[in-house]
Design a protein. Structure first.
Length: 279
């Protein structure tokens, strides 16, 4: 099985071309779960499959979380798969592709930069504060696309100095909070200046902190701009794996277009020889 390993802002993915491999779709979740295990297989935050589209898009992006569950969309994954599609002559520099959250458009820029037009926020609850175990959290809730990819944007004082365990345990509580029936990605933020925020994400499906989350960074940017924490419509989001830029086109509190921009890195290409993988 030929594969490509890519990462964007530290969010890493295994990518395969199912237009060539023709794997049965029902077997892919188990393959994804196996191959994404670190130390015993390739290891990755997510598994992405390029497949034939149902409509007139360039291709279909199938996304699977580290645990094999299906993900609606992934922002950094979308950037990586866009460059993969361009390099492998599946699409031109400008493309559109199908995802579980709807059609996504992207453009491969100069160098390794990719700009993705994300699914727009369909649900935006700027004031959605929580109380869990007697502790109150300043929170916004945003869903990108339809069906929506759920994100909580949560203020975390001293995020840059907090230890892993504290962030992890708090993220886990909020991720499984009963008022989020389909679970939620938890994006903690700390404001660095009026144009920059630090974001750390506990990702649903990975069930851990990741080095970056593209849709989480974009959702955080939306919430922080609408709440007045960040100024302007293009902001920088610092994540553990690097930096991302988010552009927001809006009228008042209504977001019309949401762009994620950042670097991509082709780490490796090769052949999967995992002897424990059963197809």
């Amino acid at each position: 099985m030929q594969f490509t390993k890519m990462q964007g802002a530290g969010n890493d993915f295994i990518i395969i071309n199912n237009m060539i491999l023709k794997l049965p779709v029902e077997k892919i979740p188990a393959i994804a779960k196996k191959l994404c295990q670190r130390k015993v297989s390739l290891g990755a935050d997510g598994f992405m499959v390029v497949d034939y589209p149902d409509g007139d898009a360039d291709f279909k992006m199938r996304f699977y979380n580290q645990d094999g569950s299906i993900g609606e969309m992934c922002g950094n994954g979308a950037r990586c798969i866009s460059r993969y599609a361009y390099i492998n002559n599946i699409a031109g520099r400008k493309m559109k592709f199908e995802t579980g959250a709807g059609i996504v458009e992207s453009e491969v820029l100069e160098g390794r930069q990719v700009k993705v037009l994300l699914n727009k926020p369909e649900i935006v609850k700027i004031e959605n504060d929580l109380e869990i175990d007697g502790v109150k959290y300043e929170c916004s809730y945003i869903e990108l696309g339809n069906p929506g990819l759920p994100h909580a944007v949560v203020k975390f004082e001293g995020l840059s100095h907090a230890d892993y365990k504290e962030i992890f345990e708090t993220g886990k509580k909020i991720r499984y909070y009963e008022k989020f029936p389909k679970g939620v990605n938890v994006n903690f933020f700390e404001i660095l200046d009026e144009h920059t925020a630090l974001v750390k994400t506990y990702e649903r499906g990975v069930e851990d902190l990741t080095l970056a989350c593209g849709t989480g960074s974009a959702s955080a940017a939306v919430a922080l701009i609408l709440k007045g924490y960040l100024k302007g419509d293009k902001v920088k989001i610092i994540v553990s794996g690097g930096e991302l830029f988010v552009e927001v086109e809006r009228t008042g509190n209504v977001v019309h277009k949401l762009y994620l921009i950042g670097d991509t890195n082709i780490v490796a290409t090769g052949e999967i020889l995992d002897e424990d993988l059963v197809l």
